[in-house]
Ligand binder design. Structure first.
Ligand SMILES: C[S@@+](CC[C@H](N)C(=O)[O-])C[C@H]1O[C@@H](n2cnc3c(N)ncnc32)[C@H](O)[C@@H]1O
Ligand code: SF4
Length: 459
């Protein structure tokens, strides 16, 4: 029997505030330029020998798109200039070669992901070339999860065939909404037939897992249009669904000004949309994995959630704990055992570093022992909805209740609201608390309030 999440809108309203998503801890606003290529190299070499799980996860950022979706918060640029795209791919290869020299050759890749922007904005030929290049430089584990983000609008069968040929076994498709009025307001016209075609192609080629990205809180979106979109998605029957709360931050992401505030549903309506979505998706058999993600009961994410082996990094949820994530391309973030490093965001800076045979690392953060402890606590809470205090005590040589005295006082207040069960040995997040996991994790964040960064709403 799968756990069902109850949605109490009044409770969600009480806790709705801005906060991090904890794809890293410390979070990106705490990265600083005191960390660069030198530290990255030192930590890479160190992790070759010291890390327990020597497998690798690789991420490639393809920052190009055909057109601009007005809501987009990703690091992307609109370009159809083949020369420009080709030049970027050449630099990506150079970055791989500089990095590869620092990695023990016997370390295998267990996870490979292309994100963006839009990886399928590359031509099928460019996809094959980049894929073969990666395979020539790294040893891919035979069971590696190899996934790409796909925009169905400009996808051809040949694109999917190219991905399939070079070993991709998973696809994630951007849909957002099927409603034409909303599509016009976000500048993303995507007929249902186009999405269905992309699914048929990917199924016929044998991709083992398909995800759909949806959004709620979009301009002119209503309960009824969202319900229609959900009905269609349920009929398409993907293995996984990501349902993102539209993060509208026009003062940071300037093109979002093209979406007028008055076109957006207000917070209570957004929470009704969330309620509807969760209820419908659960009714259709999907399990709430956490933080915007749903999966079928037999999906490995659902199984990993149950046996507490779920893990999370910049690529989203994963079943691979504790591995180095090496990220390539502009703005991408690598994660080593105790270091995060982000690449230059601007093409010119990224290219300039590589022209000088330097890794294009721009900023990052080295984790102190306390950061590592808190990262582990936050990760366990977010991925397992459970924390064994005794296990943390023995691993980090602390007295949990003393070390986290102040956060635990606040956690006990959340217990009164039915979000957690806290006793002498463990913290368990209740089904109602699972939706508010960001709020719960925030209590263990030592840095909150130290920057003026605008985070998205927790719910
Ligand atoms: C890189 S795109 C997916 C692949 C491809 N570019 C596409 O759009 O079809 C990543 C996803 O992030 C989500 N996203 C982008 N901007 C967002 C925002 N401002 N708030 C919430 N989710 C957002 C969308 O659901 C989008 O599908
Ligand atoms: S949502 Fe996807 S296709 Fe649209 S602009 Fe962003 S990255 Fe590009």
């Amino acid at each position: 029997m799968e756990i069902k999440i109850p949605v109490d809108v009044d409770l969600l309203l009480k806790y709705s505030k801005s906060g991090p998503r904890y794809t890293s801890y410390p979070t990106a606003p705490h990265f600083h330029d005191g960390i660069g290529a030198e530290e990255y190299i030192r930590h890479l070499i160190q992790d070759n020998t010291t890390i327990m799980n020597r497998n690798l996860s690789l991420y490639f950022h393809i920052p190009f798109c055909d057109t601009l979706c007005y809501f987009c918060g990703c690091h992307m640029t609109v370009s159809n200039n083949q020369k420009r795209i080709g030049q970027y791919l050449d630099y990506l290869e150079k970055e791989v070669d500089l990095t590869k020299n620092l990695i023990d050759p016997d370390r295998q890749v267990i996870q490979l992901h292309w994100g963006g922007g839009t990886p399928t904005h590359l031509s099928p030929e460019q996809i094959r070339t980049l894929g073969e290049f990666i395979r020539s430089r790294f040893e891919l584990h035979p069971d590696a999860e190899i996934s790409a983000e796909i925009d169905p609008r400009e996808l051809t069968f040949d694109h999917l065939e190219a991905l399939n040929e070079i070993g991709f076994n998973r696809v994630s498709m951007g849909v957002q909404t099927f409603d034409p009025t909303v599509q016009r307001a976000i500048n993303r016209i995507q007929p249902e037939s186009v999405t269905r075609q992309a699914f048929e192609w990917s199924r016929s080629l044998g991709f083992s897992s398909q995800n759909i990205d949806l959004m709620y809180g979009l301009p002119h979106q209503t309960i009824s249009t969202l319900e229609n979109t959900l009905n269609t998605v349920i009929d398409i029957d993907p293995n996984r669904i990501a349902l993102f709360n539209y993060a509208h931050l026009p003062h940071v992401i300037r093109h979002q000004k093209l979406i007028k505030d008055e076109w957006l549903p207000d917070t209570p309506l957004k929470l009704q949309m969330l309620k509807l979505s969760i209820e419908k998706l659960q009714e259709a058999g999907y399990v709430f994995i956490g933080m915007d993600h749903f999966a079928k009961p037999d999906d490995e994410l659902t199984l990993a959630l149950k046996d507490r082996t779920l893990y999370r990094n910049f690529q989203g949820y994963s079943t691979h704990a504790g591995i180095n994530l090496l990220a390539f391309g502009v703005s991408s973030i690598s994660m080593l055992s105790d270091l995060y490093v982000q690449n230059h965001k601007k093409f010119v800076d990224y290219y300039q570093a590589l022209d000088q045979n330097q890794l294009p690392a721009m900023r990052g953060v080295a984790l102190s022992p306390d950061d590592q402890l808190r990262r582990d606590v936050i990760n366990r809470l977010m991925c397992h909805f459970y924390l064994d205090k005794k296990l943390i005590e023995s691993e980090y040589q602390i007295h949990f209740d003393e070390h986290f005295y102040a956060p635990l006082q606040r956690i006990d207040k959340m217990q009164d609201d039915g979000l957690v069960i806290h006793d002498s040995d463990q913290i368990t997040i209740t089904p109602a608390g699972r939706l508010l996991i960001r709020n719960i994790a925030m209590e263990f964040d030592a840095y909150l309030g130290q920057t003026t960064h605008s985070y998205s709403r927790t719910i």
